[in-house]
Design a protein around this ligand. Structure first.
Ligand code: ATP
Ligand code: MG
Length: 547
């Protein structure tokens, strides 16, 4: 009994008031809010300028939902794959699918045929919504199956290919079929795939309630990232992070609709198109990943005036160094709040975030979201006792945003969801103020003579070296130490990187066992995925292959 008390005292809850979570489905809740801003622009393409108001979005979603059931005979709980870059039709596709009582699985538009085939089969999808220009790849990926492929013509010149269905026809015309009642809030709504940073991407089952909970947490008073549209006011949000990934899905696509914001979509990030977007639309919120923050403070064409309406920048998905935050503020001005968020696909995604009203500490992940509990557990010991302040261990999370489970992976689900707690696989600690800090992923810690070295810590130090642009660290096998860190560094353009000097710099900053004994390799670029996560397993593979 005492033991129970001791460990339960180290369960941390959100210090701010509990919030109410809507009790209906995603479309019912989000559409119910459109009344006051229905004729404002909801989504606009940053390249072609095609756009939809909230009212148009709702009507088209309803039409699509009817066509999916009447014309394609899709049945409740069937899965529809959405393979799209950021385009203004993305939310229509998602809401249409959800209104029909179906599930949506979002896919990366740069996937190869094999990757499309794999996720499509793994998710058990029955239909596909994509772009006309992706049709040839999709067609081959789904060869041999009678799969309806619905294509969006996003270029003025594109025409619907033979054998494909025109998205516009489905979205613009209503069919005669009764709308269905979405009465199970806990039904699977969205099945994004995890990034596959540490292994194969897994299908994550998120319910209507999971997503609505996270949206409400995000909107709660102490965090308030996005303000609700009213009168002439409307947030303007560039959507450069992919909406197929949970970060862009919830915090940009869904949150934009939920708050009446104007979302400007960019199908492909290039510095030129992003700068053009920022010049044309006065952005008020920037959702970013660390490489974008670095781009913003280091690119000469990014001038303060370009971001004069921005009131907050949110960075997530990968660690943002306190120095990067500082450099951004130095360039853009102090009135922009810079907040880090932490989340994972399995938590819809947000678990913690800089609480805006409480002046979050730079380099920290801020506070836990409302209605959420966390504990820090000793690594590899789920039966142990929760740790106290300033002790590092695995973060466990419990809350209404935590997934139902992995799709078709009972073993992984049982390992990840333990007594209602989500095991994140991430190393964390919190200070006396219950402010949270991330160390690294447990799977990626380097074990030097039994000591743990988080590669992210070394990367942050190396990136602070004046002639270094970017860095990644991996562990490589070593006869005496077991494992030692090895660094890959990208030099700043036009500067000479002195490896010996860098080595000395690192040695002066870290404990002896953390030294980069595995060598420093100067390279052209660090392998990263779309959300800025370093793909350390690719570097390990390179190393094993003798490169
Ligand atoms: P997989 O689970 O398939 O290996 P993944 O964990 O990268 O891939 P996601 O769900 O997209 O898939 O990413 C969640 C992970 O991203 C977290 O578990 C954490 O390791 C990392 N992460 C998220 N936000 C931050 C942040 N602010 N700082 C550092 N790391 C972060
Ligand atoms: Mg993960």
């Amino acid at each position: 009994h005492l033991r129970h008390l001791a460990s339960s005292s180290n369960i941390i809850t959100c210090p701010f008031p509990e919030i109410e979570i809507p009790t209906c489905s995603i479309p019912e809740y989000i559409f119910s809010k459109f009344g006051s801003y229905g004729n404002k622009v909801a989504f606009e393409c940053g390249v072609t300028g095609r756009k939809y108001t909230f009212d148009e979005l709702r009507v088209k979603s309803y039409n699509l939902n009817r066509a999916l059931r009447k014309k394609l005979k899709l049945q409740k709980d069937d899965v529809v794959a959405v393979l799209l870059p950021n385009v203004p039709e993305f939310p229509i596709a998602v809401m249409g699918i959800l209104l029909a009582g179906l599930r949506v699985t979002t896919m990366n538009p740069i996937y190869t045929q094999d990757e499309i085939k794999k996720q499509f089969a793994d998710a058990g999808a029955k239909a596909m919504i994509t772009l006309t220009e992706l049709f040839p790849v999709v067609k081959v990926a789904l060869t041999g199956k009678e799969i309806p492929i619905i294509c969006i013509n996003d270029q003025a010149s594109s025409t619907t290919p033979t054998g494909a269905i025109n998205f516009k026809e489905f979205a613009d015309n209503s069919c005669d079929i009764e709308d269905i009642k979405l009465d199970d809030q806990n039904a699977v709504a969205v099945m994004p795939y995890s990034s596959g940073t540490t292994g194969l991407p897994k299908g994550v089952q998120l319910s209507h309630r999971n997503i609505l909970a996270n949206l409400s947490q995000f909107m709660s008073d102490d965090f308030t990232i996005m303000r609700l549209a009213s009168g002439d006011f409307q947030e303007v949000v560039p959507a450069i992070l992919p909406m197929f990934h949970i970060y862009g899905f919830t915090t940009i696509c869904m949150a934009g609709m939920n708050n009446g914001g104007k979302t400007i979509t960019l199908p492909k990030f290039t510095p030129e198109s992003y700068l053009k977007l920022l010049a044309q639309h006065k952005a008020t919120i920037l959702f970013a990943v660390p490489p974008i923050v670095i781009f913003l403070y280091s690119h000469p064409a990014v001038k303060k005036e370009l971001l004069e309406n921005v009131h907050v920048l949110v960075s997530g998905a990968a660690p943002l160094g306190a120095l990067d935050e500082q450099k951004f503020k130095d360039k853009i001005g102090q009135k922009v709040d810079v907040l880090q968020g932490y989340g994972l696909s399995e938590a819809s995604p947000t678990v913690m975030m800089g609480a805006r009203k409480h002046d979050p500490k730079p380099g920290s992940l801020g506070n836990i979201m409302p209605n959420t509990e966390v504990k820090i557990m000793p690594v590899g010991n789920p039966d142990g006792e929760a740790l106290g302040p300033n002790q590092t261990g695995e973060l466990y999370v419990k809350g209404p945003q935590v997934m139902l489970g992995y799709h078709n992976r009972p073993k992984e689900t049982a390992e990840t969801l333990v007594d209602g707690w989500l095991r994140t696989g991430d190393m964390f600690y919190y200070d006396e103020n219950q402010t949270f800090f991330i160390t690294d992923r447990i799977k990626e810690l380097i074990k030097v003579k039994g000591f743990q070295v988080p590669p992210a810590e070394l990367e942050e130090i190396i990136r602070d070296f004046p002639s270094v642009n970017d860095a990644a660290v991996i562990g490589i096998p070593h006869d005496i130490y077991g494992e030692v860190p090895r660094a890959y560094v990208v030099a700043k353009p036009d500067s000479k990187l002195d490896v010996a000097e860098l080595n000395g710099f690192i040695d002066s900053k870290v404990a002896e066992y953390k030294r980069v004994r595995g060598g420093i390799v100067v390279t052209d670029c660090i392998p990263k995925n779309a959300s800025g996560k370093i793909l350390r397993r690719e570097l390990k593979l390179q190393y094993q292959n003798g490169k």
